[in-house]
Design a protein around this ligand. Sequence first.
Ligand SMILES: Cc1cc2nc3c(=O)[nH]c(=O)nc-3n(C[C@H](O)[C@H](O)[C@H](O)COP(=O)(O)OP(=O)(O)OC[C@H]3O[C@@H](n4cnc5c(N)ncnc54)[C@H](O)[C@@H]3O)c2cc1C
Length: 298
Amino acid sequence: MSYTVLVFVKQVPDTQNITGDAMKADGTVNRAALPAIFNPEDLNALELALELKDRFGAKVIVGTMGPPNAAEVLRASLYRGADKCVLLTDRSFAGADTLATSYALSCCAKKLGKFDLVLCGRQAIDGDTAQVGPQLAEKLDIPQLAYIEDVIELSKKKITVKRSIEGGYEVLESPTPALLTVVDSNEPRPAAARRMMKYKKARTITELNKEHNNADYTDSEALAVEQEKLEASDLLIHEWSAAYVGADIERIGLKGSPTKVKQIQSVILTAGDAKQIEPTDKGVNDLIHELIEDHTLG
Ligand SMILES: Cc1cc2nc3c(=O)[nH]c(=O)nc-3n(C[C@H](O)[C@H](O)[C@H](O)COP(=O)(O)OP(=O)(O)OC[C@H]3O[C@@H](n4cnc5c(N)ncnc54)[C@H](O)[C@@H]3O)c2cc1C
């Protein structure tokens, strides 16, 4: 019995190092200005998928929507044990909010065909909304189980999981296919040296193109041969466009995003910011009014 487990991972700007040019004028993140890292809880989601592969036998397929250099998180996934990777990349995906992101990922999942489980991290450290997982489940019309620590049992028909709740955990059961959002509850395995030796040569077509400095490489025989060689040796990172996954152009990227990020900035609280509050009703009321006025509340 083998399972197909999709894992969606995100390459995120390292928000520990926000610099002045972190934002573009149109309110989107200037990803080139910030070091890019593997979203931490997506490493936990990948680890859970690889544990399911070890325990039940599974094919682990990792997908990400991002710019061409997001292929880095896919190579990092191959180093740890992923079987196949897909980079969903296209200028028309840029500036997507969670609605547009989850729609694009749902098109990718449908293009990948039959699956038993979809795993996402609980939250990305840049947008911090924790919305994409549940939204993706809605669009795939499958049950969602959020804040998952571990899988207790898995069969072709149902799954039993351990869900993290305040002060402990609860055990949930659900029919499959289902979507899980995974919390920081396991020790992600390190990249395996043997796999790194092999998969450091894994490439997308765009990377292959760049390496061969051939502007119009896509039509050349040579590219097709290279692509076949990569595919035959399991080293091709599939690169899918909006058109290839059949995405409606009105529902992706900035066009498909009702939410626009106005501004982001680092908030570094200094001692001067501390304020003594009278422990009275009036003191607390004044504080609430102040917080509403400066839009911290409401
Ligand atoms: C500071 C900031 C604030 C933002 N605020 C909002 C907002 O309020 N509302 C809004 O709609 N958008 C917002 N965005 C845009 C939002 O970041 C993007 O839409 C993003 O692609 C998904 O949202 P998220 O980062 O919150 O991810 P989350 O919903 O926190 O991600 C949860 C999980 O979904 C999966 N996932 C998320 N993005 C991808 C991807 N590109 N590829 C593969 N898997 C993925 C991962 O498994 C991830 O762990 C904000 C962006 C920034 C930088």
